[in-house]
Design a protein around this ligand. Structure first.
Ligand SMILES: [Zn+2]
Ligand SMILES: [Zn+2]
Length: 258
């Protein structure tokens, strides 16, 4: 079986055919689904989906692009829900910073503040972190270490292939691998993949985004984790069955689900 550890099922692009999407995935061997929190405005939808389907879980968090809506207090109401398995996706994303240098610096500070608040929340509620990092490896690693995020661990979702982050494997962090692995220009990720300890690998789609080959350009969906597992199997020269087994065990362990 496969676990899709990161799929935005609360996105409106799944609204009309969610049953079909989930059934296609289940028939293809995908047996658990985790909806990361990103935009709090769809959090209630995520909870509703997790309550409707046994095999769907959710996380609570704010993506750095949506951090204006961060409210730690409101979040605490969701954290005790039995299907809530993690905090995130939270982290740092410097890719789209705009304005003057001073404005960029202020934006970075704000992102850090919101990230730290979520790390603290994760430790308080003993939940792993789903971490989103883009163009901000050094600062992200620094904050995770300074704030002892290793106490709860987590996943570097859509791992950016930055070798600087590999040592976080020793601090309870896993590496989320998705459709990017199948892209022609994914040289960096392809090269770094064998350096990730196998007991730290997990699979995700990040659907509806980052659709793997051969479906690029279409909406991504959990069934397509199959293509990621297949590619991983080729690159690591490990039977597909073993890749599924290892990544599933890793995900169950990280998110404390069965
Ligand atoms: Zn993300
Ligand atoms: Zn995401």
């Amino acid at each position: 079986m496969i676990i899709d550890t990161h799929v935005h099922l609360d996105d409106e692009r799944y609204k009309d055919d969610l049953d079909e999407v989930l059934n296609r995935a289940r028939e293809g061997g995908v047996k658990r689904f985790i909806i990361p929190g990103a935009d709090p405005s769809t959090l209630d939808r995520a909870v509703e989906i997790a309550e409707k389907y046994n095999d769907v879980y959710f996380a609570v968090g704010v993506h750095p692009y949506d951090m204006g809506s961060f409210d730690g207090v409101t979040f605490e109401d969701y954290l005790s829900h039995k299907k809530c398995v993690a905090i995130g996706e939270c982290g740092l994303d410097y890719f789209r910073l705009e304005g003057s240098d001073a404005e960029k610096e202020a934006e970075k500070c704000k992102q850090k503040e919101v990230f730290i608040a979520q790390i603290e929340l994760a430790k308080k509620y003993k939940k792993p972190l789903i971490v989103h990092i883009r163009d901000a490896s050094r600062d992200s690693k620094k904050l995770l270490l300074e704030h002892n995020a290793g106490e709860v661990g987590g996943v570097l979702h859509c791992y950016n292939a930055d070798e600087e982050l590999l040592s976080l494997a020793n601090n309870g962090f896993y590496f989320g691998i998705g459709g990017v692995l199948t892209f022609k220009n994914a040289k960096k990720l392809v090269n770094v993949l064998p350096k990730i300890p196998k007991d730290r690998l997990i699979i995700e789609t990040d659907g509806p985004y980052l659709t793997p080959v051969p479906h690029r350009g279409e909406r991504n969906e959990p069934f397509y984790t199959t293509f990621v597992a297949q590619k991983m199997s080729e690159l690591l020269d490990t039977p597909l069955k073993n890749i599924k087994e290892i990544t599933t065990q890793n995900a169950l362990k990280l998110f404390h689900i069965s």
